[in-house]
Design a binder for this molecule. Sequence first.
Ligand code: FES
Length: 186
Amino acid sequence: MDAGSTLVNDLHSQMTLSPSQADRIPGELLKRIDEAIERYPMSSQSASLPILHLWQNHFGFIDNSAIEWIAAKLGLQPIDILELVSFYPWFRQQAAGQVVIRVCHTLSCAMAGSEQIHETFCKAANVPYHPHQNDTLPTSADGKFSIEFVECLASCGTAPVCLIQEDLLENVAPENIPDILNHYSN
Ligand code: FES
């Protein structure tokens, strides 16, 4: 069995264990997906990334049923979509907290103290602290916050930098973190 078949079989086995996003696609999301596809009349495959963004924005993450559904919608194989989801760190295959805090840990931010920022965020938000990234997405027990390291957010001159939801926060200082969390708690 090749790697692609193994992955697809794995998708099928996991699908039986989790509630299916594909069974509860709201009409508005469906409409926006169709609009995304219409923007690429020459190649529906080009709509893959826009659709994945729409999907994650709505559901918070991309489950296995989504990978199957999007592939079928675009006339692709599930492995084509899974490869994108796996490649881009932005996409998640597991549920996240209501507010996702991404701390840049690339060179400029690392030199400006991003590890301390990460640790301070974790302590203040009651999120388990792991100094090194792993496959889990640490989330507070109340489901409010998830915190993870990410690669360069293209704002190296204002390091250390974080992305919270869609907001880029520059020159983040540890002493500002309680106020930042307070802002996103409401
Ligand atoms: S290194 Fe952090 S924004 Fe570039």
